[in-house]
Design a protein around this ligand. Structure first.
Ligand code: HEC
Length: 292
């Protein structure tokens, strides 16, 4: 029993450590949408995409025509409003950016986004797109709370405005950095033969500081106090979040165009299994009637 408890405690602390390591901000849930609301959201998401992303990113597995059909966008509207290049409705949704030139400009070529919603997940995407903040140490003056040191410029600055970490968050980050430095110093002293129990106490204290600071950051993020707008954009925060949800739902659709159809079919398959199960049950009763 004792052994079991120890194993449990160990695995719990491992998971805790893992979840701590993956702290990233913002960390908000994508609002749930379904039915017509979802279709409208994906339509709007496509508009946001072609206006803000397609210059750099391609969707090389997807054709305009299929998208028009699935998202219920009339072909003439697709052609006149959503195809920015001289591409035809039957073409793939690529762009003309040269990979080499892009690597030169950004340090990394903008990846194709056809499968990004599947690879990264919609939660990650929703927060990544809302996670750019000012950071003077970076080439474009921005960093990302979800994708550290990303090579992508803040493509949505005009819509979102510019956000920065709040003073509280910067203070907490300082505390964490000092605590990490203290732990490293204490470990070094232990190696050099210092007083182990004293130094271990100091390490435990520093760990607690880190832990508490991270808890506080999670709390600030949940309360919307992690970032603050230092320069207004064309949209309010609520409007921007909504536009990003639309964009994520559009990319989610692109990642698996058959998804809506699969879900719709799934309901019928389940109903069939239920219905057929009932018939099979009646049949069984009929067969066994004379034997019992
Ligand atoms: C000016 C060019 C440019 C624009 C515009 C742009 N991006 Fe990017 N994007 C990049 C570059 C470059 C990278 C690669 C960054 C890296 O790997 O460090 C990238 C990376 C990404 C990634 C991370 C992919 C991954 O899994 O590693 C996502 C997601 C993304 N962009 C989405 C978008 C969306 C959505 C838009 C439109 C709102 C957009 N980008 C607009 C250049 C751009």
């Amino acid at each position: 029993m004792k052994k079991l408890l120890i194993t449990l405690a160990a695995s719990l602390s491992l998971t805790l450590a893992a979840s701590e390591a993956s702290l990233s901000f913002p960390d908000d849930s994508l609002p749930a949408l379904a039915g017509d609301e979802l279709i409208i959201s994906m339509q709007h998401g496509m508009q946001v995409y072609v206006n803000n992303c397609q210059g750099c990113h391609s969707l090389a597995f997807q054709r305009y025509k299929r998208t028009a059909e699935d998202l219920q966008i009339p072909e003439n509207i697709m052609v006149s409003n959503l195809i920015m290049s001289d591409a035809k409705i039957g073409d793939l949704m690529t762009n003309n950016m040269s990979k080499k030139a892009a690597e030169n400009w950004f340090g990394a070529a903008p990846p194709d986004l056809s499968l990004v919603a599947r690879a990264r997940g919609t939660h990650w995407l929703y927060n990544y797109l809302r996670g750019f903040y000012t950071d003077d140490s970076r080439p474009y003056g921005v960093n990302n709370g979800v994708f550290k040191d990303v090579g992508m410029p803040h493509a949505l600055e005009q819509m979102q405005g510019l956000q920065a970490k709040t003073e509280k968050v910067k203070g907490l980050e300082n505390d964490v950095a000092y605590a990490h430095a203290d732990i490293a110093a204490a470990n070094k002293k232990i190696e050099e033969g210092g007083n182990k129990s004293e130094l271990n106490d100091a390490i435990a204290k520093s760990r607690k500081i880190i832990h508490d600071a991270e808890d506080e950051m999670v709390k600030l993020s949940a309360e919307g106090e992690y970032f603050t707008l230092i320069q207004k954009g064309a949209l309010t925060t609520e409007e921007f979040d909504e536009a990003m949800a639309d964009l994520v739902y559009f990319l989610d659709y692109i990642g698996e165009p058959i998804k809506a159809e699969r879900k719709r079919l799934g309901v019928w398959v389940l109903l069939f299994i239920l219905g057929f199960g009932f018939i099979a049950y009646l049949l069984k009763k009929e067969y066994w009637k004379d034997i019992h």
